[in-house]
Ligand binder design. Structure first.
Ligand code: HEC
Length: 97
């Protein structure tokens, strides 16, 4: 089962990376489309919204692919808009403190 998921992910990344004009959403792991300003906004939203129910997670605790799934389940909990979801994701994977 894990193998299947890995294969599906790999195919997805391959497909996306072979499409030159891929749209900016959904987020492609490891690719930053956001400006420094949006990443800074993401940080603020992250700090204000993501520590409410549990302690603020460490961005380094998961890889960018894992964060896609986590953000998909956490963004609705934090009531983020699609844009905020994207900014928070970009902040997390940007490696910026
Ligand atoms: C309304 C409450 C709530 C908010 C707001 C919230 N979370 Fe969570 N979070 C949870 C709960 C409950 C769990 C554990 C159960 C689960 O995984 O659904 C969790 C688990 C997690 C985990 C652990 C997942 C894993 O697989 O180890 C991470 C990381 C996380 N949240 C990140 C975030 C981020 C980032 C945000 C902000 C966008 C956020 N959370 C906002 C309730 C919340």
């Amino acid at each position: 089962m894990k193998k299947l998921i890995a294969a599906a992910l790999f195919t997805f990344i391959l497909l996306v990376s072979c499409t030159p004009q891929a749209s900016t959403a959904p987020a492609i792991p490891g690719t930053a489309f956001s400006t420094a300003e949006q990443i800074a906004q993401g940080k603020t939203i992250f700090e204000n919204s993501c520590g409410k129910c549990h302690k603020l997670p460490d961005p380094a605790s998961h890889n960018p692919v894992q964060w896609v799934g986590i953000m998909n389940s956490m963004a609705p909990k934090a009531k983020l808009t699609d844009e905020q979801h994207q900014w928070v994701y970009d902040y997390i994977v940007s490696g910026k403190k």
